[in-house]
Design a protein around this ligand. Structure first.
Ligand SMILES: *[C@@H]1O[C@H](CO)[C@@H](O)[C@H](O)[C@H]1NC(C)=O
Ligand SMILES: *[C@@H]1O[C@H](CO)[C@@H](O)[C@H](O)[C@H]1NC(C)=O
Length: 980
């Protein structure tokens, strides 16, 4: 027995040692154990029982508890790591009383309050402190000189405010500092330049006071990651940046950095990713970029760079190169075509010219290329899909010529192809049309020829097929009907012949179908009722025969129907009376019979002319409907009357012509956006004081009763204002409103301008004025019925969804507010005032949203990110729309004084909505507009609308739903009609 061989003394020693060991472990773990239990019971609120295993145990050790890590030898607590739970309460300083604690991490919980207690220094022995994604507020804590161990500090995604304290620069061991997504509003902290051990600095997404990138950061010789996006950086990048030889990632996007890149920036010897997009960097790219021998991603898009691309690019092992939206010019450097790793190349919206190297793609595994909106010419290179990975192939708006290379017919990976607006010709390879992943083909306005092959049915995911303005010919194959996902189909202005396959009505997702200016013949397909989503149907200028299918009048969202200049016959179906005057055109056909009474209105005349067989007793230029045959006496009388009328009209015509000649001196330039029977001479005399019905930021609005009997609203833009502002408002309205049609968007009918700076816009007249006026100017009894308000919410949402999702390019309104939502006689809403609207140039590039030069929008409706990023996305409109929803429910203005200081409608409603859940504070009843008739109020509906409103006004744009989603959510709130 070996045991017995131990001398008694060593046996004793062994015994004593293990006793002490047991005692020591018991003692320490007891302390930790007590602290943890005490903090749990007295400091933390744990409604979901995240810490339910933190309960006394026999061994008195916390080492098996959730989130606890112990030292394996002496069982002392080394780390506390609590994450993603509903744990709430102030920061539990007492955890730091555990002397062995190194890492304290409590993230994505509801820890609230400040870190300003003196007890914070209890934590000075920590190596890691991570409190990210909590509800902490107030100033950042001070770090006393005792914090010598701290290596990682993460306070991101809280609501810390104010300056970064100087003591942050005195953390000698700090390697990682993350303060992103707070509300820090002092200057960008130069003191961080003292953190000599720092490898990561992440202070992005804070509303810092505009300040330059501190040159002190050049001292951070160990820095690997610098992340300062969206932080109000201004001025040039300091030359000292070149000292950061270890830097691998640099992200300074969405700031206002200006000036040229310093030549020293070539000193970033380890750099792998540089992202500087969305700034104001100017000048030429320095030659020193050739030193970036590890760089794989370079994004300098949306700046003001000029000059040519240096040949040096060839030396950089780039995978991603984005230089779009600059002022770069010159030829594409031949050397760049040899890049062996380049997958994503975006050069759009510059002034590049010349031909592309014909071997481009031979060496590079491209997935995306976008050269659109430049001045490139010559042939499209053959090899862009050589490695069969190309998905996005975007070359539109250049001067490329020659054929669409045969090689792309084998490019199975293609999803999105845009080559419109070039001078391409010849046939498109047959095999191209059937590529299985194609989603969008846009080839309009070239000189392509040939036909669409039946095999196109294999491109099953195709949603967009736009090939108008070419020389395509032949019949439209019936296989087109298998493209069930098709949303937009435009083959107008080609040479197609034959009949349209009747199965085309099975394309139930179609929104726009344009086939005008071809040689289609035969009848219009009958079963159009399947086109539930169709908003636009243009079959004009073809040779369609037969009758107009009556079901066209029943299509629920059809807002434009053009059947003009065909050979259609028979009577006009009564059903078409459901369409509005500027929404259809039947002129120049062979229609006969009596015009349905619903269309007997002068406004419709322009859409009916050129059908000699049509008659109406009341519509002037049309034939009167048949009456008893005149006797010979009457014939004589009528003939003489006719002669009289003829002479009379001759005189009138001559007068009119002379008048016109006289008018040609008129300084006005006018545009008619629909067929109207008036011009500027009829409008301008009515722009008098007595006719003023409103005035807004940009001009005065007049009600004008025209001679034609029509009433319109005319807006005269302020003169004497900054003329370039007026011009940009005028252009915005004309360019956006002039080209869109939607039932919930106000219609621009006419515009005119003169050399003296007058700018006049004429719209359809809206009987009930603006939603803002009705709600807030003591007219709200008109909207005492909740369902009316809900309809307004729905209609306005649909209008905005149309702008964001159906317009190409999408339009951002930028000034959504109740005063810009007009109401017609039936209180149907129309979104109006497009003076600040912007089109987003690209529809597919989610990131490339516009940067605006000045803040647009109205106080109380402006999304929070707007104030400091100047970045505008559709989501800013969503925020403003959320405010309008809140107005509809509460009847209050966005800045009603009753909300109290520092509060607006968003805070007020959000608090009420939250307290409703928690059943304390304001209740829902207290915020609902008292002018709403309670008998019409479905409280459940109202609560759901408020939820939508709160979601729309989320602080972070990413949390807000799209307008399309908003429409769905509003639709879902509608309860089935109650029986009572
Ligand atoms: C944090 O700030 C955001 C944006 O200002 C605000 O919506 C949110 O309520 C704030 N949270 C706390 C806990 O203060
Ligand atoms: C209707 O179509 C004809 C011919 O296509 C065109 O000249 C006329 O301007 C159109 N009318 C309206 C009201 O758009």
């Amino acid at each position: 027995m070996p045991f017995l061989n131990f001398p008694p003394s060593s046996l004793f020693l062994l015994f004593t040692l293990s006793f002490f060991h047991f005692f020591a472990v018991g003692l320490f773990s007891n302390v930790d154990y007590d602290i943890l239990i005490r903090v749990k019971n007295t400091h933390l609120d744990d409604p979901d029982g995240a810490l339910k295993d933190w309960v006394p145990n026999q061994a008195h050790t916390p080492c098996s508890w959730t989130g606890i890590t112990c030292d394996s030898t002496n069982l002392s607590v080394l780390a506390i790591n609590l994450t993603t739970s509903n744990i709430a309460g102030g920061f539990p300083y007492d955890f730091c009383r555990i002397p062995t604690l190194r890492n304290l991490s409590i993230t994505v919980t509801n820890i609230n309050g400040t870190l300003l207690s003196p007890s914070f220094s209890l934590c000075s022995h920590l190596q890691l402190l991570n409190l990210s994604s909590n509800l902490l507020v107030g100033r950042l804590p001070e770090f006393s000189p005792l914090f010598t161990q701290l290596q990682i500090l993460d306070l991101s995604s809280n609501n810390f405010t104010g300056d970064v304290p100087l003591s942050f620069g005195q953390l000698p061991a700090l390697r990682v500092l993350r303060l992103t997504m707070n509300l820090l509003d002092g200057p960008v902290p130069s003191v961080l330049g003292n953190l000599s051990q720092l490898t990561e600095m992440a202070i992005a997404y804070n509303p810092f006071k505009p300040s330059p990138l501190p040159s002190e950061y050049g001292n951070l010789l160990k820095l690997e990651n610098m992340f300062i996006s969206t932080a109000n950086l201004t001025g040039p990048i300091p030359g000292s940046i070149g000292k950061l030889a270890m830097l691998t990632n640099l992200d300074l996007t969405f700031n206002s950095i200006s000036g040229p890149l310093p030549d020293s920036i070539g000193g970033l010897r380890s750099i792998k990713s540089i992202q500087l997009y969305n700034n104001r960097i100017s000048g030429e790219l320095p030659e020193s970029i050739g030193n970036w021998t590890s760089l794989s991603r370079l994004d300098l898009s949306q700046n003001s760079l000029t000059g040519k691309l240096p040949d040096k690019f060839a030396a950089i092992p780039l995978e991603i190169l984005h230089l779009n939206d600059n002022f770069l010019q010159g030829e594409f450097p031949e050397s760049l075509a040899s890049s062996p790793h380049l997958t994503d190349l975006k050069l759009f919206n510059n002034s590049f010219s010349g031909t592309l190297p014909q071997n481009l793609g031979l060496n590079s595994p491209f997935t995306e290329i976008d050269f659109s909106s430049n001045h490139f010419e010559g042939n499209i290179p053959k090899f862009l899909c050589q490695q069969n990975r190309l998905q996005k192939f975007i070359l539109f708006s250049n001067s490329f010529s020659g054929n669409f290379p045969e090689s792309y017919g084998a490019c199975d990976s293609l999803v999105y192809v845009r080559v419109e607006d070039n001078q391409l010709s010849g046939e498109v390879p047959d095999s191209f049309w059937k590529l299985p992943k194609l989603n969008s083909i846009q080839m309009s306005d070239n000189q392509f020829q040939g036909s669409i092959p039946p095999a196109i049915s294999l491109a099953r995911d195709l949603q967009v097929l736009l090939i108008s303005g070419n020389n395509f010919s032949g019949q439209l194959p019936a296989e087109i009907c298998k493209l069930k996902e098709l949303v937009r189909f435009d083959i107008g202005r080609n040479k197609f012949t034959g009949g349209v396959p009747s199965c085309i009505t099975e394309l139930q997702k179609l929104q726009k179908l344009d086939m005008q200016e071809n040689q289609f013949a035969g009848e219009i397909p009958k079963l159009v009722q399947f086109w539930k989503e169709l908003t636009e149907l243009n079959l004009s200028h073809n040779q369609f025969t037969g009758k107009i299918p009556p079901q066209l009048g029943d299509l629920p969202v059809l807002t434009y129907l053009d059947l003009s200049s065909n050979l259609l016959s028979g009577e006009i179906p009564e059903e078409l009376t459901k369409l509005k005057p500027d929404q259809f055109n039947l002129s120049n056909n062979k229609l006969t019979g009596k015009v349905p009474s619903g269309l007997v209105n002068e406004q419709f005349v322009g859409s009916l002319l050129g059908n000699p067989g049509l008659c109406s007793s009341d519509l002037k230029p049309l034939n009167r409907c048949s009456k008893p045959k005149p006797s010979s006496f009457y014939v004589v009388v009528i003939l003489s009357v006719l002669a009289f009328v003829l002479i009379g009209s001759l005189i009138w015509v001559i007068k009119f012509k002379m008048n016109l000649l006289g008018k040609s001196k008129s300084p006005w330039t006018a545009t008619k956006f629909q067929r109207v029977g008036f011009d500027e001479e009829d409008v301008i005399p009515h722009l008098t004081k007595g006719n003023i019905i409103g005035s807004g930021g940009s001009g005065t609005v007049f009600k004008v009763n025209l001679k034609t009997g029509q009433t319109v609203a005319a807006k005269s833009l302020w003169r004497g204002h900054n003329q370039s502002d007026i011009e940009s408002v005028f252009q915005s309205e004309v360019e956006t409103l002039g080209r869109i049609r939607h039932a919930n968007i106000v219609k621009l009918i006419f515009s005119c301008s003169n050399g003296e700076g007058s700018r006049i816009l004429v719209y359809e007249y809206m009987e009930n004025g603006s939603l803002g006026d009705v709600l807030h100017e003591n007219k709200s009894e008109a909207l005492s019925d909740w369902s009316k308000r809900l309809n307004i919410a729905m209609g306005a949402a649909q209008g905005l969804a149309y702008l964001h999702h159906d317009c190409v390019p999408p339009i951002i309104h930028r000034d959504v507010k109740s005063n810009n939502i007009l109401l017609d006689a039936e209180f149907c809403p129309r979104v109006a005032d497009f003076g600040l609207a912007k089109t987003l140039e690209r529809q597919t590039e989610g990131n490339d949203a516009g940067v605006m030069s000045r803040i647009a929008g109205s106080y109380g409706y402006i999304a929070p990110e707007y104030g400091y990023t100047m970045k505008v996305t559709e989501k800013s409109d969503v925020y403003s729309f959320g405010v309008v929803l809140m107005e509809l429910v509460t009847g209050k203005r966005p800045n009603d004084p009753s909300f109290g200081e520092n509060k607006d409608i968003v805070k007020w409603v959000t608090e009420a909505a939250l307290s409703e859940v928690e059943e304390k504070g304001l209740s829902l009843d207290e915020i609902i507009d008292e002018k709403l008739d309670p008998r019409t109020c479905e409280v459940e509906e109202i609560a759901k609308i408020l939820d939508v409103a709160v979601l729309c006004t989320s602080a972070l744009p990413i949390d807000r739903p799209s307008m399309r989603k908003v429409v769905e959510m509003i639709r879902d709130t509608k309860l089935p009609p109650s029986k009572s």
